[in-house]
Design a protein around this ligand. Structure first.
Ligand code: NAD
Ligand code: AKB
Length: 323
């Protein structure tokens, strides 16, 4: 039976991954951890520890206290926030990963590390970006992701640490709001469509990026960790994707449900430059071949589900002032 620690558990992914792991057969314990404190309302869901991933002793104590054998290491600064504070991003994104890997090495833990489309740069082929290709990102976020992929491979080859991961595209979800990335527009647009029937987008209308709905992201994280290691040629940093759209195309899909919805553009040059340096689409055939990756949600299914869930959530939030 697995005993799992999740770092950065109160973020966009962790808010849904922890609950999914707690329901998973073969999982005995899931300890959520973060440098934010767990809201009182959620404290009954399972164990929570305050844990700063840049503090190796704290990680070690939590791993030993709970007999952890698997770490989902989600704590990080996302691309736009990282660009505002590159020194902190280096410490948290790479320093944190290194410390988690060291604790994993000393305590025999497996580790999941989420890389990103941000691990690619302007020199990478932008359409159907291959699994193995040029990686020369121009953001600090991307630099930490490429280095993170490499150090995970190193810890596997050198020390036998079972370090696995995927390269996520932009993630869309309705449980937690995104943490300061370049693809956040694809979540904000749904909130504003429900609340105001209009959205001002910080990326230009034709900015094409790969995206994924959170239930598929959670599925990818769990399935890559449960995959038969004998079938994995790559093990780490698998390209995964589910759909592909521009802000204009997403707005058109939302308009099928909210006909009066309007989108305007006020381009943020920093986030636009980041998006323009990333792939327009990924080739995820290695993940499909090696561990059977296959997403459940396309743009049509995701849009329907997001709007249904947000209509419900924002009605409750506006009444209960929980938002
Ligand atoms: P998020 O920003 O929503 O959450 C990150 C969490 O980490 C936050 O709750 C934050 O409090 C915590 N954190 C920050 N510094 C910490 C520290 N020093 N110690 C412990 N916790 C700390 O991020 P997310 O969207 O959930 O992303 C999780 C991981 O997945 C990150 O590595 C991110 O790069 C990667 N990823 C996310 C996306 C996406 O679209 N959300 C896409 C690709 C990759
Ligand atoms: C970001 O925009 O920073 C993230 C990512 C794609 O890694 N959503």
């Amino acid at each position: 039976m697995k005993r799992i620690l999740v770092t950065g558990a109160l973020g966009q992914i962790g808010s849904e991954l922890v609950a999914a792991l707690r329901r998973r057969p073969g999982v005995e314990l899931v300890v959520a951890s973060d440098i934010k404190m767990m809201p009182g309302t959620a404290s009954g869901d399972g164990p929570f520890e305050y844990l700063d991933c840049t503090n190796q002793r704290q990680i070690e104590q939590v791993v030993r206290k709970h007999g952890i054998d698997t770490i989902y290491h989600l704590a990080a600064l996302l691309s736009a926030v990282a660009e505002e504070r590159p020194q902190v991003a280096w410490d948290v994104n790479l320093g944190g990963l290194y410390r988690v890997l060291e604790v994993a090495r000393q305590n025999g833990c497996a580790i999941f590390f989420p890389s990103s489309i941000g691990a690619f740069g302007p020199g990478t082929p932008r359409d159907r970006t291959p699994q193995d290709t040029v990686q020369r990102p121009t953001t600090i976020y991307g630099v930490t992701k490429v280095a993170g992929e490499l150090v995970c491979d190193y810890y596997h080859q050198r020390f036998g640490v079972d370090a696995r991961g995927v390269r996520f595209p932009g993630l869309v979800s309705h449980v937690a709001v995104p943490g300061g990335g370049t693809t956040d527009y694809a979540v904000e647009i749904f909130y504003d469509a429900v609340r105001n029937r209009r959205y001002t987008c910080f990326l230009g209308p034709e900015t094409r990026l790969d995206m994924m709905y959170m239930p598929d992201s959670v599925k990818a994280a769990i399935e890559v960790m449960e995959a038969n290691p004998a079938k994995l040629e790559h093990r780490n940093a698998f390209n995964v994707t589910a759909m592909n759209f521009t802000p204009e195309e997403l707005a058109a899909e939302i308009r099928k449900h909210v006909p009066e919805f309007k989108i305007e553009y006020q381009v943020d040059p920093v986030r636009q430059a980041i998006a323009d340096s990333w792939p327009r689409s990924l080739d995820d055939s290695a993940a499909r071949r090696e561990w059977g990756w296959s997403p459940d949600y396309d743009l049509v299914a995701m849009t329907t589900d997001m709007l249904e869930n947000l209509e419900r959530k924002l009605r409750v939030d506006d009444r209960g002032k929980l938002d």
